[in-house]
Structures are given as structure tokens and as C-alpha cells.
Design a protein around this ligand. Structure first.
Ligand code: G4P
Length: 528
């Protein structure tokens, strides 16, 4: 209860999208509104080149720079906004998925030309697992895209979420005239490459208002009246409850690059997005307004420079107040730890902080004490739940090229996988080690880091698997029989959970049909 005012003024969220939909551009506009940056292009220059798939060093170097922008905090209308950055490169998708466990809501950007894309689908699946409230921003209205009603249909169907438009576009592409704000009944007029000013916002009494036809023309005004009427009939009044429950997503239309419709989005976000929420743990639900501090590690970033082996562990504060130089309980290690230089990521002054509150993300210098999912408390024994591992998509066997360094290799593999760079599977009843990743780049990262940091030289052999499924069953005998028959496909993850590696969707479906008593899961909770 002590920290209510601090909690109420915080909003912690992420902007997510398929690469190229406009996430970076929108982020930048938000930061400009928040006064966190002064010039356009500041975020862009830190951006990872999405198409450079071979040069992981360059990507990591840029990621190094972007650690500073991993969390961007700024004040807007007396609120403290924490925007968590997610990598654009698809090979780092796991990083994005985990970052989503540390936010209270998201803004999903969809390109109006391309509609729902592969990464959009996956990111939404992760949001749905946690019922994260979502606001949709349909971007690039200055281009000829799909018809707005078709887009709504597509998003609702493909992402299995109800939508509720709060603004509505008038025209598109070269005929784009602006957006009508259905919520507070005003019209925002669009001028390409010009900043929208207050004068561009026209209050409208009703949809038959003569102002509409005088500024939009007869045809567009009557089309807007018709469409807005239709929307009102179908969607009714906007309600916060289904949005906060992650069931309905408000929709905004605009053009990020033209800074159009962005302020409306940010203003509404500030008004409706949830404040820092409590979290489930292995022992009991923890509320944000509890007096005692607790938090969890959701991301670890290593320094690729061999001269600096320090890592930064990102901690989300879940309850109470975090204080610099105070001892906290590291639950997994059963050890008291304290931090003399906890980092904050206020975009303007990245600095050591004295204290942090629920919703805040702080960077802790780490020398190997942390792994993803670790919990810090004031003494209580619990872990935050809901931090999943996802099925990797590329599998390779680790071949040790230098048997003299076997111990170092094992240590390196364990540490790198603790950081969440990749997942490690070991052959059931065997010694074969298999690494699973979301993208090819991680294999290069692992190979390089094993050599630089652990002096271990490895090679990878591709394996023909397409998915890893964690398997469980109440029928021990049936599970054992399955393991016996499928011994070549069954491995264990680091926590000794059983995992079935499927060669293809067909194999997976066949096994599922043949073994109804066994459950196949695509994710695994780090703590249950
Ligand atoms: P991402 O972070 O989601 O990957 O997307 P990003 O913001 O980098 O935007 C991808 C491309 O789309 C960029 O062009 C950006 O300028 C453009 N873009 C963003 N918003 C809009 C919009 O409202 N309308 C139009 N027409 N384009 C938009 P690029 O050519 O890849 O990069 P750049 O050369 O502009 O930096």
C-alpha cells in the first residue's frame, strides 16, 4: 500500500510487430512526444540491420548499443512510461517472447498493406498465453493497403481476438484524408509530410455535421457517416474490462512515419493501459502494492567483448521497493545478494539508481549468478511463474573438436543456455548434446562465445527436426513405452523434462493420434 502513487503512475509495455511494419518508427515518435529524444533518427541509428543475416558480430555490436535502449523510460502527462524494446531480427524472437513476460500490455503494429504476418501471429500467441491487453495500431495508411473492414476481419480471424476500432480512416494511399476519432468524435486531417497540429483536429457534433462534407467532400463524408454508423452498430460503446482482460483490442489507424494518429494512440494508451500488475508465483499470487520487494530476471545480455565478460541481467520489479545496496534473497541459489550499481534506463540519463518500484526494469551487473526466470525477494521462497521456454526451430548436434576442453565446453553450454541464447537438450540415457535455437544466427553466437570465453572449439551437425515438444502423461507405463520406441527422438531439457523431437508436422500429428494418453506441449514453464 505504501507505494500506491508510484505504481499508479507507471505504464510498462512493449511495441511488437512483424519486421518492417513500423515498430521502430512508432517507438521514435513516442520518445519524441515524451521528450526522451530530441531528433528523429536517434532510435533508427541503433537499429539492427534486419537483412544482414550473416554478420552476427555486427548485429551483436549493435545489440550492445541497443542495451542502452532496451528499456526506454520517459514521462508523458505525469505518467512514467517504461517502453521495453524487442529485437527486430527474427533470430532473436525468443528474446522478444521473454520480454513480453515483463510487460503489462502491448501495442501491436500491423502494416495495412501486408496485414497479419507470420511474426504477428506468433507474438499474439504469446500475448494470449498471459491474457496481455493489446492495442492494435494499423500503420502506413499513406499507402494503398487492404480495405479497413477486411483488415479488421483478417486480424480478428487470424489472431483470434475481438477488435474495437476507436479511430476510422477516411481514404487510403494518395486519397488518405485523415482519421475520424469515434471515441471523442473529432476529425484529424492528414497532410503528407507535415506534422499534425491542433488546428488539424476538428470537433464534430454528429456525423451529419456540415463541416464533414465541406472538408472531406460529399462522397467521403457520406461514406464515413455510413461506415461509422456500421461500426457503432456492430461494436457498441468501448469498454475497458474486456480490453484489460486481453479479450478485446482497441484499434487505431495512422501513419507512424508521418506522425499521424500517433498522439491519439499515446493519449489513449496512457488513459486505458493497465498499471503494473501483480504476478503469479509458485507459492501465492503477489500483488504489486505489497510492501516487500520481489522481482524476476527475464533477459540477460552478455558483452561480446572478451575483455569484458560482464553481463547485464534485466530485472522486472513486481512488488515493493527495490533499494540500491540492500541485501535481497536469490531464491534459486539460496543466497543473499546486493547490488551497488543497479542501472536504470531513463533515456536521457542512464544512471545508477537508488530505488525502483513495480513496473520498473533495472539492469544488474552479473558475473554468472543469474539465469532467466530467477527470482529475488526479501526472504520468501517462491518463483514467479509464466516465464516459458518455447519450442526451438533449428536443431544441431554439438561436436566437440577438442576433447581436452570437454569440461569447459560443458560449463560454457550450461552458462550460455542459462542466458537464454539457446536451449540445450541431452539424449535420454545418453550423452549426445543437441542445441535448439529459433534462428541460425545463434549458432554462430554460440560457436564464437564458446571459443572466446571458454576456449572450447565446437562444430555443429544439422539434425532433421522441426519442433521440440515437451511430453507428459499420467500413465507412466505408456510414457515409458513411448520413450523406448522413440528413443532416437526423445531427449531431456536442462531441467530433465522429457522432450520429443519431431521430424515434421506429419510425424507429430501421427504420434499425437497414436498416443492419446500423452500430452505434447509446445512450451515449457521454467517454474511451475
Ligand atoms: P520495424 O521496426 O517494425 O522493422 O519497422 P520500421 O519502423 O523500421 O519501418 C520499416 C519501414 O517502413 C521503414 O522504411 C519506415 O520508414 C517505413 N514506415 C514506417 N511507418 C510508415 C508509414 O506510416 N508509412 C510509410 N509509407 N512507411 C512507413 P525503410 O525504407 O525500411 O527504412 P528507412 O530508409 O525509411 O529508414
Amino acid at each position: 500500500m505504501k507505494f500506491d502513487t508510484e505504481i499508479q503512475k507507471r505504464r510498462t509495455f512493449a511495441i511488437i510487430s512483424h519486421p518492417d511494419a513500423g515498430k521502430t518508427t512508432l517507438t521514435e515518435k513516442f520518445l519524441l512526444f515524451g521528450g526522451a529524444i530530441q531528433t528523429a533518427g536517434a532510435v533508427k541509428s541503433n537499429k539492427i540491420k534486419k537483412h544482414a543475416t550473416s554478420d552476427f558480430m555486427e548485429i551483436e555490436r549493435q545489440r550492445g548499443i541497443s542495451v542502452a535502449t532496451s528499456v526506454m523510460s520517459f514521462e508523458y502527462r505525469h505518467m512514467l512510461v517504461n517502453l521495453l524494446d524487442t529485437p527486430g531480427h527474427k533470430d532473436f524472437a525468443e528474446d522478444t517472447y521473454r520480454t513480453l513476460t515483463a510487460v503489462d500490455s502491448v501495442i501491436l503494429v500491423v502494416d495495412c498493406v501486408k496485414g497479419v504476418e507470420e511474426q504477428t501471429r506468433r507474438l499474439m500467441e504469446v500475448c494470449r498465453m498471459r491474457d496481455t491487453p493489446v492495442i492494435v495500431f494499423i500503420n502506413k495508411l499513406d499507402r494503398d493497403g487492404k480495405a479497413p473492414f477486411d483488415l479488421l476481419d483478417e486480424i480478428e480471424k487470424e489472431l483470434s481476438i475481438h477488435l474495437h476500432p476507436l479511430t476510422w480512416p477516411i481514404g487510403m494511399g494518395k486519397d488518405f484524408k485523415g482519421v475520424y476519432n469515434l471515441y471523442d468524435q473529432s476529425l484529424l486531417l492528414f497532410h503528407a509530410n507535415q506534422k499534425a497540429t491542433e488546428e488539424d483536429i476538428l470537433p464534430i457534433q454528429h456525423l451529419q455535421d456540415a463541416t464533414l462534407s465541406s472538408v472531406l467532400g460529399e462522397r467521403d463524408a457520406s461514406m464515413l457517416a455510413e461506415e461509422a454508423g456500421l461500426i457503432e452498430g456492430v461494436y457498441g460503446a468501448f469498454e475497458a474490462v474486456p480490453y484489460l482482460a486481453g479479450k478485446t483490442a482497441p484499434v487505431f489507424f495512422g501513419s507512424a512515419i508521418n506522425n499521424f494518429g500517433v498522439k491519439e494512440l499515446l493519449d489513449t494508451f496512457i488513459r486505458i493501459a493497465p498499471e503494473p500488475r501483480g504476478r503469479e508465483t509458485t507459492a501465492r499470487p503477489v500483488e504489486a502494492d505489497e510492501d516487500k520487494f520481489s522481482g524476476f530476471i527475464f533477459k540477460i545480455h552478455a558483452n561480446l567483448d572478451p575483455k569484458h565478460r560482464d553481463r547485464i541481467a534485466f530485472l522486472r520489479v513486481c512488488s515493493g521497493r527495490f533499494e540500491r545496496n540492500r541485501f535481497y534473497h536469490h531464491v534459486r541459489l539460496d543466497k543473499e545478494v546486493r547490488f551497488s550499481n543497479p542501472y536504470t534506463f531513463l533515456a536521457r540519463d542512464k544512471d545508477v539508481i537508488q530505488e525502483a518500484f513495480p513496473g520498473d526494469v533495472i539492469g544488474l551487473f552479473d558475473t554468472g549468478n543469474f539465469k532467466i526466470g530467477d527470482t529475488l525477494t526479501e526472504g520468501e521462497e517462491f518463483y514467479f511463474t509464466g516465464i516459458p521456454s518455447f519450442s526451438p526451430e533449428i536443431f544441431k548436434e554439438v561436436i566437440n573438436k577438442d576433447p581436452m576442453r570437454t569440461k569447459q565446453l560443458e560449463k560454457g553450454l550450461l552458462q550460455l543456455t542459462d542466458e537464454g541464447v539457446a536451449q540445450l537438450f541431452t539424449q535420454h540415457n545418453g550423452n549426445r548434446k543437441i542445441i535448439g535455437c529459433v534462428g541460425d544466427l545463434q549458432f554462430e553466437v554460440i560457436q564464437y562465445r564458446l571459443l572466446q570465453e571458454y576456449g572450447a572449439s565446437v562444430q555443429f551437425n544439422s539434425l532433421p527436426f522441426y519442433k521440440a515438444c515437451w511430453i507428459t502423461s499420467e500413465h507412466t507405463a505408456k510414457l515409458e513405452e513411448f520413450i523406448r520406441f522413440k528413443s532416437g527422438n526423445v531427449v531431456q531439457d536442462k531441467d530433465e523434462h522429457l522432450v520429443y523431437l519431431a521430424q515434421s508436422e506429419w510425424y507429430l500429428n501421427t504420434e499425437r493420434n497414436n498416443h492419446p494418453d500423452i500430452q505434447f506441449h509446445f512450451t515449457s514453464e521454467i517454474h511451475k
